[in-house]
Design a protein around this ligand. Sequence first.
Ligand code: GLN
Length: 535
Amino acid sequence: MNNCKYIFVTGGVTSSLGKGIIAASLGKLLKARGFHVTIQKFDPYINIDPGTLNPYEHGECYVTNDGAETDLDLGHYERFLSTPTSQANNVTTGRIYQNVIHKERKGDYLGKTVQVIPHITDEIKRNIKLLGSTGEFDVVITEIGGTVGDIESLPFIEAIRQLRWELGGDALSLHLTLIPYLAASGELKTKPTQNSVKQLSQYGVRPDILVCRTEHALPKEVKEKIAKFCNVDLEAVIEARDAQTIYEVPLLMEAEYLDRVALKKLNLPLSNQPDLSDWKQFLYRLENPEKKVTIGLIGKYVELKDSYKSISEALIHASAVLQTEVEIRWIHSEQIAPENAEVLLHDLGGILVAPGFGSRGIEGKLAAIKYVREHQIPFLGICLGMQCAVIEFARNVLGWQDANSLEMNANSKHDVITIMEHQKEIKNYGGTMRLGAYDCEIKPNSIAAKVYGQKQIKERHRHRYELNNAFKKDLEKKGLMITGIYPDENLAEIVELKDHPWFVGVQFHPEYKSTVTQPHPLFTGFVEAASKIRS
Ligand code: GLN
């Protein structure tokens, strides 16, 4: 293979056009042709990473194997490509500045004035090329967060301008815009796209490919007009129609020849046709369900569904495996109480209690878990959801009314969930949780052993608290079994209920590892159990 090739993805006109999905779809098509591809995202905000952000700000925080807390678009990259990402795949302005300031304090700049250009832009360029320089990848796709014209994304655009010049034919720029439809006049409007391209060109970046989000098909004349006004080849004006599901987008992009146009511009061979048979099979099963099940998703951020992106996508993957439509009923944990649990939950196939931080909504989660435990409804508790299952069991089965997590109550005598030993000294919140992939050993004859079909697994974590081993014996004696442990520190990673058809709580986040071609067995097992109960 020759040099690594770079594709820069920017967005214009409005935010939320789906740059991440377009980048992931192009990555998927190139991978399906046999290229080694990775996708990275540069976020123009000042936080070092999204780990300290409230989900209302930015949706879910996605965690990689190496423990990086990253933007949720990295979840799409992994779900589409089934290639693990790492810290190098998500870099923020904050991290760039932190690195530069660190070098300045060390004296690395030898008395020079440290400036946005060239020092910040050089650091951006170094990070853009980091994955490319490993020799692992033929193509690196770099998505720039935000919208062209934002003040904060300017250094990134300038870095792209410089790299385009330095890399010549080894780089291309893809710009995603919107073609609004005016219902009153029945017209598709190209002016916002023209203006967006004009703005990008003022910064010195000329797009090679324009991907145009649109509600309606783009007639040839509209494409011609865009090509002419924006100085792009006609074949490089790509229509991106709204799709039923994000998983259709790679096929829509293939039909528009996005991958071919990109390969031609990068001088890469077109000889291999993309092998999308797995993908098409997945879509067929997803779009032709034979059964239906409703899963209640209980969390405190349900107003912003992006807060649970990987969970809802993992349920979609399970839905395709089982050819069972999964309808998610989003339930706000603060709305559940012992008195209304029956009304809210009785008709659900299964209940998933989501991860989270802090005490808001905890009592609702506990009321829901009591209901599913007593009514034999399949249950999957993730991280805080697992911790709540332990608290509920301690309160209502062991009769310890004060049982709690140390996170919620520092004075409970029965802190069945307690702070991890090495968390006690930690003062800073950013990047200091137990993060990333750890081993887990599964006990035989458990639901976990059955769904995973193996004894050793590796799952990703993001938490500070854990099951308190001081209470392990009492819990197990009454039927809350610990069926997965992290052997090095004897931490409980999976709990199950003895007398229940499907009750599993996991301290880790299985949702981060579910992909289209490798759906997660816990989600598949859970949805299967849920669909059996209600069929
Ligand atoms: N707040 C809990 C902890 O820190 C659970 C975290 C989570 O659900 N991701 O342990």
